[in-house]
Design a protein around this ligand. Structure first.
Ligand code: ADP
Ligand code: MG
Length: 234
């Protein structure tokens, strides 16, 4: 599904090159749920942006669903990203003047899907993320956890093979954090969507079945955990 080979990236800092990622190698299979764990500044967001094709790496290769993404044209890459990759952000990134349902439908508008079909899919996903009654409200009328549920539904609406979540519970309290991670685990199990979850929180990472640990731009550990059982009180 996702293969990263000898990936390195540097930012120019004035006239100096600052290495941010060095020699990263890993492979993620279809249907896996992986945490990308590291402290602030370890390079997690940079790695995510590279994997999403939002920047080109200084060195190395990123292959998603058999496609070496840095060799695609800008247009082909934009299309591929829209079709095959979903995003979940720490700050939800919902559009405030659109209703919950309209926010979820938005990625389908760009695909030319009919309004009726869009609404049907959005409502089905809204039920799946547990807030079917919120369809016609605006984001500001929802709690943070509910807004993140909407953003999760939106990330799924194009049925992407792969979803990147950058600190998805970073703005949430501990109880809501647990609920959101529970939801992501359920979706991963029921829909077989591949999830890459970036976090600096060990407790969040321990909920997934695999942790890739970044430190100072290097992959220092890649371990299988107990997954759900670790964090499951039941
Ligand atoms: P994380 O998401 O793990 O907190 P980042 O990937 O955001 O880490 O950043 C890793 C390092 O790269 C940091 O030292 C940061 O200052 C630097 N960095 C990130 N983006 C840029 C940029 N656009 N230009 C220069 N340096 C950057
Ligand atoms: Mg970050």
């Amino acid at each position: 599904m996702l293969r990263i080979t000898q990936l390195s990236h540097s930012f120019m800092n004035g006239s100096e090159q600052t290495p941010v990622l060095q020699g990263i190698d890993f492979h993620v299979a279809q249907g896996e749920m992986v945490a990308l764990l590291g402290s602030s500044g370890s390079g997690k967001s940079t790695l995510l942006n590279l994997m999403a094709g939002l920047m080109k790496p200084t060195e190395g290769e990123i292959i998603i669903a058999g496609q070496p993404i840095q060799r695609m044209s800008e247009n082909a890459l934009a299309l591929f990203r829209r079709k095959s990759i979903g995003f979940i952000f720490q700050s939800y990134e919902l559009i405030s003047h659109l209703t919950v349902c309209e926010n979820i439908e938005l990625p389908l508008v760009f695909q030319g899907i009919s309004p009726k079909e869009r609404r049907k899919r959005a409502q089905a996903l809204l039920a799946k993320v547990g807030i079917p009654e919120k369809a016609d409200l605006f984001p500001s009328q929802l709690s943070g956890g509910q807004q993140q549920r909407v953003s999760i539904a939106r990330s799924l609406v194009t049925e992407p093979a792969l979803i990147f979540a950058d600190e998805p519970t970073g703005n949430l309290d501990t109880k809501t954090e647990k609920e959101i991670i529970d939801l992501l685990i359920d979706l991963n199990e029921s829909m077989r969507t591949t999830f890459i979850i970036v976090t600096h929180e060990h407790e969040v990472a321990m909920r997934t079945k695999r942790i890739i640990h970044l430190r100072d731009g290097r992959l220092v550990d890649d371990t299988l955990t107990g997954g759900r059982a670790e964090g499951d009180a039941s």
